[in-house]
Write a protein that binds this ligand. Sequence first.
Ligand code: AMP
Length: 283
Amino acid sequence: MARRPSILRELVALRKAVAGYRAEGAAVALVPTMGALHAGHLVLVELAKKHATRVIVSVFVNPTQFAPGEDFSSYPRDLDRDVTALAPFAVDAVWAPEAALMYPEGFVTRIALEGPAKAGLEDAARPHFFSGVATVVAKLLHQVAPDVAVFGEKDYQQLKVVGRMVRDLDIPCEIVGAPTMREPDGLALSSRNVYLSPAERALAPALHRILCESAARMRMGDAFGAVLEAGRAAVSTAGFQLDYLEARHAETLQSIANMQTGPVRLLVAARLGRTRLIDNIAV
Ligand code: AMP
């Protein structure tokens, strides 16, 4: 039954709500988002409900993970619509802090990362990105103190960066990855897909198709180097500006030579006009 979650905007209210859940003996899950919710986010919510009896969704467009010139100011924001979208899922609360609460005057702390955050993937195109993400996720995990937090495999490098940070900083929270939700034609759902023109939208599924074809060739035993070269050419020929197409170790995100050396993840980022699309699949 549809039940609109309560919207919490102050830390005191958040902590009181979580203390109430704890007093019931409930396990608590957090689903961090930047809002503009779509069916992919709702998959995360459903998975959260399998891990906990109380689910909090955070909605915060985090300024510190956007570089100047990126889409921070134009990023779609509609909290009322987001809360309505969550109502059928029996989410308990939406944590929607203002930027001034997250980053009060004089805020100077940022988490510095190595390892999966320096894999030469998203970090190459967006050098500010992961320290901004890690810092805000660390804050959210301290604010909510959930047992479990759910992140999408759609942002695969982010999932690995957050998992490593939680382990390294002894944050007592399990990080759970959720599979990528796609349109019927294979395009990964993303809040940024609204930026695509109709012509770009028609081209966009080529990215997932090329990932699938490349992964199939790798599984058949074709040399990774040749497959990646052909895949990169195919992405460009399809009309994208390629940022990267890489095969990496699925846990460390280090380069990987072949199927025998460990689990493989194929990751891509490419631009169509002003929209940057990312995707990845298991090989
Ligand atoms: P965002 O609001 O775009 O920052 O995303 C919030 C969370 O939703 C992140 O953990 C994303 O990886 C996840 N997410 C975004 N798109 C999808 C999708 N298509 N399928 C599954 N999870 C997604």
